[in-house]
Design a protein around this ligand. Structure first.
Ligand code: GLV
Length: 387
């Protein structure tokens, strides 16, 4: 077993083991990828203040997200096609999350279905919901999540249409992968991945195939979204979804304070500041840079979480210091999954936990719930003054 000390180690192994089509899917932002890059580089602009001669013993990273206990304020984000990164990937990631004591969020666009994940785990997970035109499909999706005992629904509001990721088009991304001379040549070099895939029947969009009507090519994410997703989505429609689901509700994909205020009015329990990992509007502000203005607008009204750009425990600490009650990792856990399956996701969580715990101690805190912006040196222009 190689020595894994940072998320980048997992990424290197992941890149070697998983077909290019799925590595590229994970590692892409939309268009020029400016927002994708700045999601991570903007974390580097925030400095941590080291304190010394302060008791560092008996530390805890335990916290709560939407009132649910978490061993650290880091959930696994919903990531489409996770079961293409490693066979039965959603089940493996959900198992790692439940053992670690953090929430797992299953994407609507997963390979393993809601029922598959529920049958193969023992703790409730969160269900991410895309907003489709088909009311029957939506009601059934919420009902299926309820039957599976999901403990929250996470409605994504920033993907009515899909941002263009060049490499997905060039690679002909699909699940299962279409067999072309290039894809076959590449998959032949990914022996472990291929042997895993041969062991499972879960190779299609498990929540969709057999559940949704009128989609010409259910293997293609882009044709799926362009045909089935509701381009006319508005806040009244989101209120209708609120009525379809009576459990805890999280609204994901907020990057502007005005939308954060709207989200407060639909009866959500939390919002997620996110630009979809830089995969939607290229040129939008990074999530960490958008966070302060959103905290000012709604921080006293609703629980705020942050997604997009987190690759380390220091990043988590910075987001918490700016007021987020919880954070999400997407790519960081996918690297682990593609590298080593469930053990790799566990390793990603361990790496992030250790980084967060030790950095918190260096900043003079022993309890993650007491961390605040005093631990940060924030450049004056970080939140931005815009014309
Ligand atoms: C959505 O599932 C995406 O690919 O970003």
């Amino acid at each position: 077993m190689p020595v894994i000390t940072e998320i980048e180690d997992l990424k290197r192994i992941y890149r070697r083991r998983v077909p290019k089509m799925f590595y590229d899917y994970c590692e892409s932002g939309s268009w020029t990828e400016q927002t994708f890059r700045e999601n991570t580089s903007d974390f580097d602009k925030l400095y941590l203040r080291q304190r010394v001669a302060i008791d560092m013993a008996d530390r805890t990273t335990k916290s709560q997200m939407i009132g649910q206990d978490v061993s650290m304020p880091v959930a696994l984000a919903p990531v489409g096609l996770t079961g293409m990164q490693h066979f039965d990937g959603e089940i493996k990631a959900a198992r790692a999350a439940e053992k670690f004591g953090v929430p797992f969020t299953l994407s609507t666009m997963s390979i393993c279905s809601i029922e598959d994940v529920a049958e193969n785990t023992s703790k409730p997970f969160w269900m991410q919901v895309y907003t489709l035109k088909d009311d029957d499909f939506m009601q059934r999706l919420f009902d299926r999540a309820k039957d599976a005992k999901c403990s929250a629904a996470v409605i994504t509001v920033d993907l009515q249409i899909m941002g263009q990721r060049h490499r997905d088009l060039k690679n002909g991304l699909s699940a299962p992968p279409k067999l072309t001379p290039q894809s076959i040549a590449n998959m032949m070099t990914k022996v472990q991945w291929g042997l895993g895939m041969l062991q499972t029947k879960r190779r299609f969009f498990g929540n969709i195939v057999g559940h949704a009507k009128g989609v010409a090519d259910p293997a293609s994410l882009s044709s799926w979204t362009s045909q089935a997703f509701d381009q006319s989505l508005n806040w009244d429609r989101i209120r209708e979804f609120r009525k379809m689901w009576d459990g805890p509700l999280i609204i994901k994909g907020i990057i502007d304070p005005r939308d954060a205020l709207e989200a407060c009015n639909v009866g959500a329990d939390a919002i997620v500041v996110s630009n979809h990992g830089g995969r939607q509007l290229d040129g939008a502000l990074s999530a960490i840079r958008a966070l302060p203005a959103i905290m000012d607008a709604v921080g006293d009204k609703i629980e705020v979480h942050l997604d997009s750009g987190i690759r380390s425990g220091q990043d988590v600490l910075k987001a918490i210091a700016l007021g987020a009650k919880g954070t999400y990792i997407g790519r960081a856990f996918v690297y682990g999954l593609g590298a080593m399956g469930e053990a790799g996701v566990t390793r990603a969580l361990e790496v992030i936990h250790k980084e967060m715990d030790l950095s918190m101690a260096f900043c003079g805190h022993r309890d993650i719930t007491t961390v605040n912006s005093d631990i940060l040196m924030i450049p004056k222009d970080f939140p931005g003054e815009w014309l």
